[in-house]
Write a protein of this length. Structure first.
Length: 260
């Protein structure tokens, strides 16, 4: 393959690609209908011209036939009158008109065939144009639907990367984090409350026990004071070390409580 052939092929390929990209289906469909309608107008004009020519030839043929018949009658008339020369001249004229009529008949047959062909082509073209118009409307509807679908898909494809969608997703994540923190705080608050109530319950038990011990201690002193005279003095003297032991126990109990 020569260099110029390769260059020519590359140029044609690029031109075809440019033309293909520049083609708008709707505009091409409309232009195709316009072109076919222009062809239809030209075909109708051709049919009309052919029919007019056919009619003119038909008139000429009919006139030649009529002239041939007239010269036939004149030749008979001249022969009846005994004028053979005049009859011969009439027959010569008849022959000329007959030959003209024969030639015209051949032309007329050809023109009739041409007119019939043109009429069939005209009917076929009208049918194709009607069908093309119907298809054009259908194709335009399909083109509109395809464009709408393409725009929708492009819009959906851009949702994941658009700024608005990104901001929306960030806000959604932020709301989820806020809900998670609120739930965690609620759980922690519930735990603290349970611990506080448990501490209160535990402190109540200690206070109750302390109250019982105080009641026992305060209840033992009157019993000792109710003893007789001599025994009372000895009891009093004996209760002194006992009270000091109780105080020690109380101090020890307080010290233990402070260490809790």
């Amino acid at each position: 393959m020569g260099l110029f052939d390769r260059i020519s092929r590359v140029v044609r390929a690029n031109l075809n690609d440019v033309v293909s990209k520049a083609e708008d289906p709707e505009k091409i469909l409309e232009q195709s209908i316009i072109d076919m309608q222009e062809d239809l107008v030209q075909l109708r004009q051709a049919v009309a011209q052919a029919i007019a020519t056919q009619k003119r030839t038909q008139q000429q043929y009919n006139q030649a036939q009529t002239e041939a018949n007239n010269w036939q009658q004149r030749a008979q008339l001249a022969l009846t009158k005994g004028d053979e020369n005049l009859a011969r001249e009439a027959l010569v004229r008849k022959k000329s008109q007959t030959e003209t009529a024969t030639a015209l008949k051949t032309t007329l047959d050809q023109q009739t065939a041409t007119v019939d062909t043109l009429k069939r082509n005209l009917i076929a073209l009208e049918s194709k144009i009607s069908e093309a118009k119907t298809k054009k409307d259908m194709l335009k509807s399909r083109i509109a639907a395809a464009k709408a679908q393409e725009q929708l898909q492009n819009a959906v494809g851009k949702l994941g990367t658009s700024t608005a969608m990104g901001a929306f997703e960030r806000m959604e994540e932020k709301v989820l984090m806020m809900e998670a923190r609120a739930q965690s705080a609620q759980e922690l608050t519930g735990t603290n409350l349970e611990q506080q109530f448990a501490a209160l319950e535990a402190g109540s038990d200690v206070d109750d026990e302390l109250t019982r011990m105080k009641a026992q201690l305060s209840g033992s002193a009157p019993n000792q004071a109710a003893l007789p005279g001599t025994a009372q003095s000895s009891t009093t003297s004996a209760s002194t070390p006992s009270n000091s032991a109780v105080d020690k126990d109380l101090e020890e109990l307080k010290r233990q409580m402070d260490q809790l």
